[in-house]
Design a binder for this molecule. Sequence first.
Ligand SMILES: CC(C)(COP(=O)(O)OP(=O)(O)OC[C@H]1O[C@@H](n2cnc3c(N)ncnc32)[C@H](O)[C@@H]1OP(=O)(O)O)[C@@H](O)C(=O)NCCC(=O)NCCS
Length: 193
Amino acid sequence: MAQPLTVPSMTAGADFVLRPWEMSDLPLIREAAGDDYIPLITTIPSPYSDEAAEAYVRRQWHRAAAGTGYPFTIARTRDRRPVGSIGLWLADAAEGRASLGYWMTAPARRQGVTGAALRSVTTWALHELRIPRVQLLVEPWNTASVRTAESAGYRREGLLRGWQEIGGSRRDMLMYARLNSDRPSGDRVPTGS
Ligand SMILES: CC(C)(COP(=O)(O)OP(=O)(O)OC[C@H]1O[C@@H](n2cnc3c(N)ncnc32)[C@H](O)[C@@H]1OP(=O)(O)O)[C@@H](O)C(=O)NCCC(=O)NCCS
């Protein structure tokens, strides 16, 4: 069995912090549950209930305790109000790979927050945890996520056809990755270069 993990806190840009999930984060789950897409790619309960949301928070705690990954909420530094989520998952850690997933509540989008969070977790994973490769999967239509990945220096590697089921249909996914041998964090890699 993998070692239990302690989810650290870290900054994400000047105004946001990444921190472990708290039981007081239920309003964040309620907001995410109302999104069209987030419940399809996560286990965020939709329709929302307090009971299911509490179970969601406990699942995040369990993931760290079981050593399967680091789940963070993205919160405003000034009042700790959570606005989104990012996770680093270690199912393939023995092979030198980790994967990431993220989402942001709609009112907090387009402010650079997820990009900053992704840069922080990526730098930490590559250079402090010393994971050789971090990767993430994005549906080709998802321009917001493509741009977020590219803004954090992820490089597009290819299209995985019919990779997974989302919302009842098989979906193609773009594979994005960064290696700890790539250029320093924050470098933008233009698509098609
Ligand atoms: C994808 C998502 C997390 C982006 O979050 P965000 O906080 O708005 O992202 P940021 O503000 O940090 O933007 C990062 C980059 O993406 C660009 N971007 C964000 N949303 C965009 C959109 N709708 N269209 C075009 N570009 C967009 C930003 O301009 C920025 O690029 P830049 O650095 O070149 O200016 C958010 O749209 C979301 O939660 N979507 C639903 C869940 C989801 O798709 N998760 C990812 C699954 S792979």
